[in-house]
Ligand binder design. Structure first.
Ligand SMILES: O=C(O)CCC(=O)C(=O)O
Length: 389
């Protein structure tokens, strides 16, 4: 499909000695993924909640692919904003300027913004970064000819830089799916734009997201919430996220031993997210997941919004990965959730014929949240108040 993004022209790449095995793994993983029965359009019952069959499939596998959630017009808005994000990204991790020498996007932000990586590298695997979640390093293919030294992997806090991303955050289907899974008092926790450029995109080593509640007597399959991932162009086994089905229900998994037993980073039970443009995948944060270096010709752009159950985070002190350590009391959670309210109003202005979602925790104060110049100032550095557990 047509991609209108400023991307470097580089030579083709592959996994070298591992290429044949990787190709087989991707093919078999794709077949396994398509046989799981956890994909299709979002359907809701008369009570407004997700069809029980969908919920059962999500809770069984730990992920679900909702097809055709976001239409062409909205995807074009998003693509324009992603093009700007790429154009204005800093040229290296410590730089404050973009490739044109201008102040880079987010140069004035204190919160985390761009993460740049070396081409096809694995920056996290086997390191102590992010609570040592990424236990083992992935294969790192050789960088292609023509590759830049650094390229964007993810941008955090994107709702303050892209109105299209902000609007997507309150897409009525996404909101209703989230309500069905996390309850009507759900809370947002973190957003990111992931870009997996052809022959450049770095890997994300296998990991589970949660790091706080594993030993809690109340731990269940939904304790650490889920991530939603809208796929701008779709994704496949080469550029997409992989998940180990059912692993969200296994407590803390010893990924290092699993990989030792396997003898490679190709976990035998893993399956890729297979999505078309506008599909929205949800992935349980307790599931083992990761992605390989993208040696394919196709780009993946995922627009992530993560959500928690309120009871998992209320009055918990946590942080350190997404945000500075803080007590997530009622006032903190309400303030973080204002992004949903601004997103609902921004959506109403752009898509006036759509039925807007009513976010119950702040519904009584809806008039306080107009998407305007003051609101733009109000959300500067909003992700300093992410809610990581
Ligand atoms: O999209 C990816 O490749 C990685 C995303 C991920 O691991 C996460 O959001 O936790």
């Amino acid at each position: 499909m047509q991609v209108n993004l400023p991307l470097p022209q580089v030579s083709a790449t592959d996994f070298g000695d591992d290429e044949a095995e990787m190709a087989r793994y991707k093919e078999e993983g794709t077949a396994r993924a398509l046989a799981l029965g956890n994909r299709g359009p979002a359907r809701f019952g008369p009570d407004g909640q997700l069809d029980p069959e969908i919920l059962d499939a999500y809770w069984k596998q730990g992920f679900y692919v909702f097809t055709n959630v976001v239409g062409e017009e909205e995807r074009q808005d998003i693509e324009r904003d992603i093009a700007e994000i790429l154009d204005r990204a800093p040229v290296s991790p410590d730089s404050k300027v973009d490739k044109h020498g201008r102040p880079a996007m987010a140069h004035d932000c204190e919160g985390r913004a761009f993460r740049l990586t070396r081409p096809l590298a694995d920056p996290l695997g086997g390191t102590a970064t992010n609570e040592s979640r990424h236990q083992v390093k992935m294969l790192e293919p050789d960088a292609p000819d023509g590759a830049p030294e650094w390229f964007m992997q993810v941008m955090l806090g994107p709702l303050q830089h892209s109105e299209a991303c902000l609007r997507l955050h309150a897409h009525p289907l996404l909101m209703r799916i989230t309500e069905s899974i996390n309850g009507p008092d759900f809370t947002p926790f973190n957003e990111g734009v992931w870009v997996k450029a052809p022959h450049l995109g770095a890997s994300v080593a296998w990991h589970q997201d949660g790091w706080t509640h594993w030993d809690s007597p109340d731990l269940d399959a939904g304790t650490h919430g889920f991530n939603s991932m809208m796929q701008l162009y779709g994704c496949d086994a080469a550029n997409g996220l992989w998940v180990v089905p059912g692993s969200h229900n296994m407590g803390k998994v010893d990924i290092s031993t699993l990989m030792d037993e396997t003898g490679s980073d190709r976990l035998p039970a893993g399956v890729p997210l297979i999505c078309g443009p506008g599909d929205l995948a949800i992935t349980n944060r307790q599931a083992v997941h990761g992605s390989f270096a993208n040696t394919s010709d196709n780009i993946r752009v995922s627009l992530n919004s993560g959500f928690h159950r309120r009871k998992s985070v209320l009055d918990v002190t946590s942080g350190g990965i997404h945000n500075p350590v803080a007590l997530y009391d009622d006032a903190y959670i309400r303030r973080r959730a204002r992004l949903i309210m601004y997103a609902i109003d921004a959506r109403r202005q752009r898509f006036p014929d759509e039925t807007a979602y009513v976010y119950q925790p702040l519904a009584d104060h809806a008039d306080d949240y107009h998407w305007d110049e003051a609101a733009k100032a109000d959300i500067h550095d909003y992700n300093l108040m992410d809610i990581g557990i």
